[in-house]
Design a protein around this ligand. Structure first.
Ligand SMILES: [Zn+2]
Length: 91
């Protein structure tokens, strides 16, 4: 039996600032079949909420499935150089 040894490297998990987060909603109202209307994807929650209010006004549908997505990057605590195995001169 072989054992793999992983060295513990501390990372900070951060939101990737170079990619916009994604907000969207889908109408799941309806007894047997969902309405299925979709807001489309936005970089902020407000347009999605606006769409929901409008959709509810037009259809009386009041139940939505919301999705939020973003990108995360793990940054080594000791700086970017640690990722490539390069040695840091300071720190
Ligand atoms: Zn609907």
């Amino acid at each position: 039996m072989t054992r793999r040894v992983f060295r513990y490297v501390p990372f900070v998990i951060e939101q990737d600032q170079s990619a916009e987060p994604e907000y969207e909603a889908r109408c799941v109202s309806g007894d047997e079949t969902e309405c299925g209307a979709e807001s489309g994807s936005y970089g902020a929650p407000e347009p999605v909420e606006e769409w929901q209010r409008r959709h509810t006004q037009e259809t009386r549908h009041r139940r939505y499935r919301r999705n939020f997505g973003d990108y995360a990057v793990l940054r080594p605590l000791r700086g970017p150089a640690a990722l490539s195995g390069a040695r840091e001169d300071e720190g």
